[in-house]
Design a protein around this ligand. Structure first.
Ligand SMILES: *[C@@H]1O[C@H](CO)[C@@H](O)[C@H](O)[C@H]1NC(C)=O
Ligand SMILES: *[C@@H]1O[C@H](CO)[C@@H](O)[C@H](O)[C@H]1NC(C)=O
Ligand SMILES: *[C@@H]1O[C@H](CO)[C@@H](O)[C@H](O)[C@H]1NC(C)=O
Length: 449
């Protein structure tokens, strides 16, 4: 348990972003010490939003969702246990395909170096580009960690248990003296890979200081999907932030993702037991021993309005051998169902809304916004928890506002896909609590932006 002082500091840190957004000061201002905001990567407070977004929310979402297919391929590779360092063509790191959907401020080293890391709950580790990295982004918005400027930095030797835990690890079988530095290769995002050293330094999150935190220091990279300032993995594996901070945060965290419409505001990440909602409904968190980092829930059905959609449960049933089932993910933009499931939901939705229907990008059920008032509520049924999606999590509007689209989709071009993914658009303005020690996930409505 963290001390009560820490609890107090931490709690007030969590309230502060909410207070600030209602005052007249710049919502992006931060003194770097008390902010655990979750910032949409294209929003004003993100360093990656170079220009104010010129297009509409729809344009932004479609642009971001264009990377979903890579993300789904990546998630599928995770569930299939086929994760190995990918052989990928070296592409210019400046033509970034995708830099993640949300970023969080975190600092490494002493004195602390601020990084805007991509939040990824389906990945275990924390890793950042390190100075001198070859193949890492050279964009003006990229940043790397400079080990030489930190007095608390150290490397991790190959002979440690921690090195053994690092996924993809390869140490020389003969043990030289002194033992070599722990290094590992990893693939990420469906088209990228990197080579990193496992290192330790102080991690500062809001007012919390974690000494001797282990993370990957990227020395070389290829592909276009690596976050420009690093990744904060909140998966459940032994190297993850959650696993390394067990005594401080008890393995519990929650987030509230802001609406893509809220250009100025941000959501929040709450680490630890303090400040978590008391009134929240839970569904069991399922574990897949083959891929322990993913957060699986038991989706048992879907209702459109008052109609329970007839679904072939084969496509919903959790199976740790095949990886089939449903996960909650922070790196996919649009909720995706395996094709037969999506088609059944779409059929029922179209029955209840007046057509004609047209397609816009990933969305194939767009209709005159005038008919929006008849759009039915979609409910995701999970064990012990029915999640009625707010209408803003179900519909998205065209730039001109004349069309509304069902903001979900089937899994593109992959008839063998087995994984349903509950994604960002459907999670906005909900607090989702990940409680791995008690094997449960809580969901409550919350206006977080
Ligand atoms: C990582 O990949 C690079 C390039 O393929 C290779 O030279 C290196 O030996 C690999 N390192 C580890 C630790 O597997
Ligand atoms: C999921 O829910 C169904 C229906 O209630 C139940 O039969 C099944 O055992 C549950 N699966 C898991 C893995 O809990
Ligand atoms: C459900 O889908 C599986 C896999 O495609 C198929 O084998 C099975 O016959 C289907 N069940 C029903 C009731 O349609």
């Amino acid at each position: 348990m963290a001390s009560s002082t820490l609890h107090f500091i931490f709690f007030s840190a969590l309230l502060l972003p909410f207070t600030l957004t209602t005052s007249t000061r710049d919502p992006c201002a931060s003194d770097g010490s008390d902010d655990l905001s979750i910032i949409p990567v294209n929003a004003k407070c993100s360093p990656f939003a170079a220009n104010p977004i010129s297009g509409s929310v729809m344009d932004t979402v479609l642009h971001m969702a264009s990377a979903d297919s890579h993300r789904l391929t990546y998630l599928s590779s995770l569930v299939a246990g086929k994760l190995k360092p990918a052989s990928v063509p070296i592409a210019s790191a400046n033509q970034l395909l995708h830099t993640g959907n949300y970023v969080v401020r975190a600092s490494l080293g002493t004195p602390s170096q601020l990084m805007f890391m991509v939040l990824d709950i389906s990945n275990d580790a924390v890793w950042v580009p390190c100075s001198g990295c070859s193949g890492c982004s050279t964009a003006a918005t990229a940043a790397s960690f400079a080990p030489k400027l930190s007095s608390t930095y150290s490397t991790v030797s190959c002979s440690t248990a921690q090195c053994t835990q690092a996924r993809g690890l390869t140490c020389p079988s003969s043990s030289p003296s002194p033992p070599s530095i722990c290094s590992f290769n990893q693939s990420y995002g469906g088209d990228s890979s990197f080579s990193a050293s496992l290192v330790q330094d102080t991690l500062t999150l809001a007012s919390d200081v974690v000494t001797g935190f282990s993370f990957g220091c990227i020395n070389s990279a290829s592909g276009k999907s690596l976050p420009q300032q690093g990744l904060m993995g909140l998966g459940r594996g032994p190297m993850s932030l959650i696993s390394q901070t067990g005594s401080l945060y008890s393995g519990v965290f929650s987030y509230c993702l802001p609406s893509f419409r809220s250009f100025y505001f941000s959501g929040s990440l709450k680490l630890g037991l303090a400040g978590q909602p008391r009134s929240i409904r839970y569904t069991p968190l399922l574990s897949n021993p083959r891929r322990p980092s993913l957060y699986y829930v038991n989706l048992t059905g879907v209702s459109v309005g008052s109609v329970q959609v007839p679904l072939n449960l084969t496509y919903l049933t959790f199976d740790s051998n095949t990886g089939a089932g449903t996960i909650i993910d922070s790196g996919t933009v649009i909720t995706r169902f395996v094709q037969p499931v999506y088609e059944a939901i779409r059929l029922e939705f179209r029955k209840q809304v007046k057509g004609p229907f047209s397609t816009m990008g990933a969305f194939d059920t767009c209709f005159a916004a005038d008919n929006e008032n008849v759009a039915p509520t979609i409910t995701l049924h999970m064990t012990s928890l029915d999640l009625k999606l707010p209408m803003e999590n179900t519909l998205i509007h065209s730039s001109a506002g004349t069309l509304a689209c069902l903001s979900m989709a089937g899994i593109p071009q992959n008839p063998n896909a087995v994984l349903n993914v509950i994604a960002n658009l459907q999670q906005q303005n909900l607090r989702i609590l990940f409680d791995a020690p008690n094997s449960r996930i809580g969901i409550a409505h919350e206006t977080c932006n």
